[in-house]
Design a protein around this ligand. Structure first.
Ligand SMILES: [Zn+2]
Length: 380
């Protein structure tokens, strides 16, 4: 897997150079609907794309649906071929670009690959990813999320890692506050989950540790005051967290969070932000019997203490509290009942849809349905 990345407010020049080097004449441009203009991306890319044939695609939902991918593909496949895909936007926009590349030559896109075992053969068209949130880190990963109905799938292929990712911190300045808060929390949580993942390596932990420290230091300032230096550090933290989960994947909080997003419409970063403080405590109670990390219970506990120290806390309990205080400080609620999770039936529905033994098996401590129920009740 090979990716070049560039971080800086002069990233547009780096993109222009890349397009020149590849002799690009036609561009499939994947963007958000209004964020493309409001973030300043349109102004920045305008000069870069001058004189090229450009088709812009922005008519799809947040949390990409299979039907959107099929509709877009059946339309762009009738066009003259494109030299490159450029995606600029939040995690969903970047995922749509990766999904288009992934399913470009599929006979029965998404459904055929997910349900009928047709192999995934991504197109080799180059992809530039420019995140406008900090963020999902999607610009640094080789997987993408797609929904068929309410069912969430994650596809993975080395070839959908964007060839060039360009991080332009000034794009974050105009993000609505709730989006900045939720996406920033996602970056922090992805770094934390990567750090405690049973697939962590020395390399992934080094990257995740830097992401945790940067996000912890700058999240609040980036959301509340938009100080340029804080935006720069959050942009970097988000990219690093993406690089870290590209190695380890995320763990139980992410697996469980999708039910909160699908059924209650809770923003993804807010959902993981609620779950990670609870899972920090849950994982810390790991025993030899339910430890899933081959490095053992003691090792897992050490990693969780490392995380707590990076959050400036002396122990797990205070780190969990500090994470919840951070949620409040950036304007995100800390209880599930405000979004309508009030009864045992609600909890049943979340457990039914958020509990997939396979998807939680890289969490350092085994999760059972009964334990998940208990953990979710703590959040009501
Ligand atoms: Zn996430």
């Amino acid at each position: 897997m090979n990716q070049t990345s560039y971080i800086g407010n002069d990233g547009w020049d780096a993109i222009a150079q890349f397009l020149d080097d590849q002799d690009v004449r036609s561009v499939l441009l994947v963007t958000g609907r209004s964020s493309y203009t409001s973030s300043g991306a349109e102004a920045g890319l305008g000069g870069v794309l001058k004189g090229k044939r450009v088709r812009r695609v922005s008519d799809f939902d947040t949390n990409p649906k299979g039907k959107d991918i099929r509709r877009i593909l059946s339309s762009v496949l009738n066009d003259e071929p494109y030299d490159i895909i450029i995606a600029v936007g939040g995690g969903s926009v970047l995922d749509v670009a990766k999904l288009l590349k992934a399913f470009w030559s599929s006979e029965n896109p998404v459904i055929g690959n997910l349900y009928h075992e047709e192999p995934l053969v991504p197109d080799d068209i180059p992809l530039i990813a420019i995140p406008s949130t900090a963020g999902s880190g999607s610009e640094a990963t080789h997987f993408a999320v797609v929904y068929e109905g309410k069912k969430k799938f994650s596809i993975a292929h080395e070839a959908i890692l964007p060839n060039f990712s360009v991080i332009i911190p000034s794009l974050l300045a105009s993000l609505p506050r709730s989006v900045a808060a939720a996406s920033g929390m996602d970056a922090l949580c992805q770094a934390i989950e990567s750090y405690w993942s049973i697939f962590s390596t020395e390399e992934s932990q080094k990257i995740a540790a830097e992401a945790i420290s940067l996000a912890w230091k700058s999240l609040e300032k980036a959301v509340l005051s938009r100080a340029p230096h804080a935006l720069e550090e959050m942009a970097k933290a988000s990219h690093l967290a993406g690089k870290a989960i590209n190695i380890t994947k995320t763990t139980a909080p992410h697996a469980v969070s999708y039910a909160l997003t699908s059924f209650y419409g809770l923003q993804h970063g807010h959902a993981v932000g609620l779950l990670v403080p609870e899972f920090l405590k849950y994982n810390a109670a790991v025993t030899e019997d339910d430890c899933l990390d081959h490095r053992g219970k003691g090792w897992v506990q050490e990693q969780l203490m490392d995380i707590s120290h990076r959050l400036g806390c002396p122990n797990i309990e205070s780190a969990s509290d500090a994470l919840k205080s951070k949620l409040r400080a950036i304007g995100l609620g800390t209880s599930l009942d405000v979004i309508g999770v009030k009864s045992n039936e609600d909890i049943d529905r979340l457990v039914e849809n958020g509990f997939n033994p396979q998807r939680v098996n890289n969490n350092p401590r085994r999760l059972t349905e009964a334990e998940l129920r208990k953990l979710l009740r703590n959040l009501m």
